[in-house]
Design a protein around this ligand. Structure first.
Ligand code: MN3
Length: 207
């Protein structure tokens, strides 16, 4: 059984950047539905029961039933992506990373502001629903990308890249407060990013 991560803050804790009703709806409706639907799909795939979702993502070619494979991609992505999203937000977030991650950002992007611009650009220009990502590989390289729907870099690269931070740009992530102003939501998102958590994710991906 896949389980949603528990939030380490209250639904209203990210105000005014991300509003309470969006958080409640996002976590208890959208994320919960992806998780339930993933569990229902995996019940039909006993070879994957109790396997980490990251392993399922890199073994998708073993699923021969096309509809079931689509269900695992959409709901497995929805489950995993939102666990990452909610775990890297914090009312004490914002600012910039320090330590090893900060050094790698300088190496790969020049400076933090450039990374922020690239990530914001990837999030702003993703057409329709999807995500913008900061990912790492085992060598410790960093990369900015975006994917449609509930896809993610693990699915897309078959395990070569693992996201360490994701910006959800589905309208359900911002429309209640920001309406059509996705760029304002993206700006606000950076005010609540928990860079310590992102740095922790980075050190886990790096071999
Ligand atoms: Mn979402």
């Amino acid at each position: 059984m896949y389980k949603q991560i528990e939030l380490k803050y209250n639904y209203n804790a990210l105000e005014p950047h991300i509003d309470e009703l969006t958080m409640i709806t996002h976590y208890t409706k959208h994320h919960a539905a992806y998780t339930n639907n993933l569990n229902a799909a995996i019940e039909k795939l006993p070879q994957f029961s109790d396997k980490p979702i990251e392993e399922v993502f890199i073994r998708l070619s073993e699923i021969s039933d096309a509809a079931l494979k689509t269900a695992v991609i959409n709901n497995g992505g929805g489950f995993y992506n939102h666990n990452l999203y909610f775990s890297t937000l914090s009312p004490d977030g914002g600012g910039k990373p320090t330590g090893e991650l900060a050094g790698q950002i300088e190496k790969d992007f020049g400076d933090f502001e450039t990374l922020k611009e690239k990530l914001s650009g990837a999030a702003a220009t993703r057409f329709g629903s999807g995500w913008a990502w900061l990912s790492a590989n085992k060598k410790g390289d960093l990369k900015v990308s975006s994917t449609p729907n509930q896809d993610n870099p693990i699915i897309e690269s078959i395990g070569e890249w693992t996201p360490i931070l994701g910006i959800d740009v589905w309208e359900h992530a911002y429309y209640l407060k920001y309406k059509n102003l996705r760029a304002d939501y993206i700006k606000a998102f950076f005010e609540v990013v928990d860079w310590k958590e992102v740095a922790d994710n980075y050190s886990k991906v790096k071999a």
